[in-house]
Write a protein that binds this ligand. Structure first.
Ligand SMILES: [Zn+2]
Length: 258
């Protein structure tokens, strides 16, 4: 059983190295979906209740975090503004109606900012935001982004369909009276180099992925990393773990240099 001991020792040394590494630079972007007491069937794992969400915002506030938008991230990247000491971005994928009815009042009560990514062909359907709600949110300071027209994973798509998904969703929102849409969220978080180029060509300035980690002003703005906030089973402790997980991901990457 000598190898068990060796493996244990190796694990211990590895854990110690990770622990001793300096806190990685960068700020988290949180990925939420629904905020409701009664999630739709099948979406329970992605749901955070209003009470849990309020507790998470309390935690962020008490720990010195300041919410920013992706627009502000880009302004800071170009030296137009300075970021707060501990920035954080709250993003919401898919454009569920409870982002308006449940999330927005809690967000405003905390005087915080958020980014909501809508699937344009779902707007107005049951469970999703209406166009008027999206406009009202934007008017109240929520940044609106595109999560494509139909939420089809993009990496395998034919070029024409792909272009439609990326271009149509942006144009639809802008022609519906919203301000320019600068940010994008990849369906299922999947992306590749061609996609990042296409987004740039189509006038998007930033895009968020499903990769875990932290972001800095030097990060590629088309492959921003996020921390997925799922239904917490261990309350606010789990929320803290998830923030730590992003730091851990960066530490491990720094060891293996990828
Ligand atoms: Zn999605």
């Amino acid at each position: 059983m000598r190898w068990v001991g060796a493996l244990f020792l190796f694990g211990l040394i590895f854990a110690a190295i990770i622990f001793l590494l300096p806190k990685p630079e960068g700020f988290p972007i949180l990925e939420y979906h629904t905020i409701t007491e009664n999630p739709m069937e099948g979406s329970e794992v992605y749901n955070v209740t209003p009470e849990e969400f309020a507790a998470q915002l309390d935690y962020l506030q008490q720990n010195g975090y300041t919410t920013i938008t992706l627009r502000e991230f880009m302004q800071a990247k170009h030296g137009k503004i300075t970021l707060p000491e501990k920035p954080i971005i709250l993003t919401f994928d898919d454009g569920y109606d409870n982002n308006y009815t449940e999330m927005l009042p809690i967000l405003e009560a905390h005087d915080m900012k958020a980014v909501v990514y809508v699937i344009t062909n779902e707007l107005g359907k049951e469970g999703y935001l209406t166009l008027d709600q999206v406009k009202d949110m934007q008017g109240r300071g929520v940044e609106i982004g595109s999560h494509t027209a139909d939420h089809i994973p993009l990496v395998m798509l034919d070029e024409n369909i792909l272009l439609n998904q990326v271009r149509y969703s942006k144009i639809f929102l802008e022609w519906s009276g919203l301000e320019t849409i600068y940010t994008f969220s990849y369906p299922n978080g999947e992306y590749n180099l061609d996609l990042t180029k296409l987004l740039q060509q189509e006038g998007y300035l930033t895009a968020v992925t499903g990769d875990v980690g932290l972001n800095t002003l030097d990060s590629n703005p088309y492959t921003l990393k996020r921390v997925h906030i799922r239904k917490p089973r261990f309350g606010i402790t789990e929320f803290k773990w998830r923030l730590l997980k992003a730091e851990l991901a960066e530490k491990i990457k720094s060891i293996f240099n990828f």
